[in-house]
Each structure stands twice: as structure tokens, then as C-alpha cells.
Design a protein around this ligand. Sequence first.
Ligand SMILES: NC(=O)c1ccc[n+]([C@@H]2O[C@H](COP(=O)([O-])OP(=O)(O)OC[C@H]3O[C@@H](n4cnc5c(N)ncnc54)[C@H](O)[C@@H]3O)[C@@H](O)[C@H]2O)c1
Length: 334
Amino acid sequence: MGDLVLVNRSLTGRRVWVTGGLGFIGSNLALRLLELGAEVTIVDPCVEGCGGNPANLGPHLARCRIISRDIADAEDFAAELAAADVVFNLAGEISHARSQREPMRDLELNTIAQLRFLQVLTRVRPGVRIIYAGTRQVYGRARSLPVNEDHPIRPTDFNGVHKRAAENYHLMLTRMGLLDAVVLRLTNTYGPRLSLDAPGQGFLSVFLKRALLGERIEVFGDGSQLRDPVHVDDVTDAFIRAALAESPPERVFNVGGPEALSLKEIARLTALAAGPTVNITCRQFPADHLAFDIGSYQADTTRIRTLLGWIPRIGFAAGIRATLKWFEEHLAAR
Ligand SMILES: NC(=O)c1ccc[n+]([C@@H]2O[C@H](COP(=O)([O-])OP(=O)(O)OC[C@H]3O[C@@H](n4cnc5c(N)ncnc54)[C@H](O)[C@@H]3O)[C@@H](O)[C@H]2O)c1
């Protein structure tokens, strides 16, 4: 509670920017920032195939300034960007499968757009705190679990390579004194406003959609692979802590859920939350997915717990129940 008051005080009246703020995580973050009294500017053109949707902000859309542009076009809104106090940089494409089919598209969205944005930002607002949404995909197949931030970087797909380049831009520019960046390497995130329609949003989106429709949930492989799903409210808390931390001695942090569960267990808990009609089956991995599958993953979150005081508070069973309830109540309005 003490923490919350401190956070609230610190962001009140601050001019915060959220790139990708109409998407799943970005919109949840923008809503939380409004609650905390920040002035929120969002840059998001709702890129085709991504999870952006103005309806994610519901009645609060009008309380944000929306710039419907690609971050690559930052030169066109440079004067406004110069006034940013904090930048939450979540713009990006998350589909691993699509990055394999269309690597140039993924490069444009996840790397070139980021470089163009950062070139403008460092000119008009040098030294600004920026929190970049990185991904656990950069580690590739884990050597052992849990995975800490010093694990070798060996991405299994173009998305991981391109996201790695973007995180490196942030870190290099910080070493040069031109930015004040923190990178959060996110694990699989779920919760309200997760896109159920955009393709390639990951297995949690597919499981949720199937559960809501009362359809069978299919698990790839034998379902024994581990994941540590994290609720979006915990993720937004990590972003806010990263924004407020004064000169953190480390700049890269894993963000993972409170428990490692097998995919089969994740499917079982999702089905259980949905009701008795939802069954689960295992099926062979589609060959194109198998090529970039990372096997089991669990984040070691010691660093973010120790340095930013963050802990994931929402267990999967309770989190997925609340998420299904949210979708049942809001699906018609989306
Ligand atoms: N969801 C996860 O499990 C997860 C895991 C690891 C990392 N991430 C990262 O978190 C960020 C947010 O992911 P999400 O799940 O909310 O995805 P999302 O698709 O719901 O949201 C991403 C948003 O970014 C916007 N966008 C994409 N390219 C852009 C560009 N060049 N300029 C401006 N806007 C652009 C899209 O229109 C979309 O609204 C991404 O950078 C993603 O790589 C997400």
C-alpha cells in the first residue's frame, strides 16, 4: 500500500508516452497510468495483424491523446515528443510464426521503426527514461531452468533476433548517455484486452478463445513443456516500477509469472475456469511451429525482485478465472 501511494504521487501530472498503447499490454498500462494521474499520449496506428484496438481503452479513449502513426514517423511528431517525461515503448509485432513467413515485415516493425523512433527521441529528448518491452524469446532454448538475464542469447526465430536488436539500441544509447533505458524481457502475458482475433498472439490467446467458445483446447506436443504465464496487471506494475526506479544499476530485467506450469496444466486450468464443456487434447506439433519452439521456459526473476521490489502477485488459476469473466462481460462491446 505504501508503495502504491509513492507510485501515484510520482506519476501524477507527468507526460507519459505509450507506444503500442492501443494493443493488449499497452492499453492496460495506459489505463493504469490514467488512474495514477498521468497525462497519456499514445502512438499506435493499429498495425494490421497486431492486437491494437481503440475499444481497449473503452470510455477512457478520449482521456488520452492518440497519435495514429507508426513510430517510424516520429519526425512528424518530434516537437510533441520533446515534452515527454517518460516513454513506455511497447510498439511491436509479437507473432513468431509470421516473423518466419515475413521476416522483412518483422524487421520493419520491430527493428527499423524502433531505430527511427530512437534517433528522433535522442535528438529531441536526450536522456529520457524509456522502458522497452523486450521478450524472453531472445534466450531461445533454455540451457537450464530458471533462466536468468545472463543466459546466452540464441533466438530461434526472426522475431527474437529483431527484438534483440531493438533492445540493444536502447542499451547502447544508454551507455552513450543519450537515453535512460530499462528493458523488460516479458514472458507469456495474459489478461483483459488480449487480442483473441489477431493471428499469432500465442497459445494463451488461442486457449482463451476456445474456452470462451466452449470448444476443445488443443495442446501441441505432449503438453509437458513448462511456461510461467504472467498476468498483465503484474506486467504493468513492472513497467511502472521500471519508470520510477532511480538510476537502477542493472538495465535488463526478466518479468515472469509466479509459477511454472506445464502447457497441459495451463489448458486444464483454463478449461476448468470456463466450465465443464471444454475438453483438452494433445496433438502433434505443426512442423512450422516446431522449428522455432523453445521447449520449456521459466524466468528467474531474482533481479527485478531485488532491485525494483517487483513480485508477480497473481497466480494463474485466479488470473485466468478473472480474465474469462472479463471477456464474458466485455466481448460484445469489442
Ligand atoms: N504479449 C506477450 O506475451 C509478450 C511477450 C513478450 C514481449 N511482448 C512485447 O510487448 C509489446 C506489446 O505486446 P502486446 O502483446 O500488447 O501486442 P499487441 O499486438 O496487442 O500490441 C502491440 C501494439 O503495437 C502496435 N505497433 C506495432 N508496430 C508499431 C509501430 N511500428 N509503430 C507504432 N505502433 C506499432 C500495434 O498496432 C499494436 O497495437 C510488444 O513489443 C511485444 O513484443 C509481449
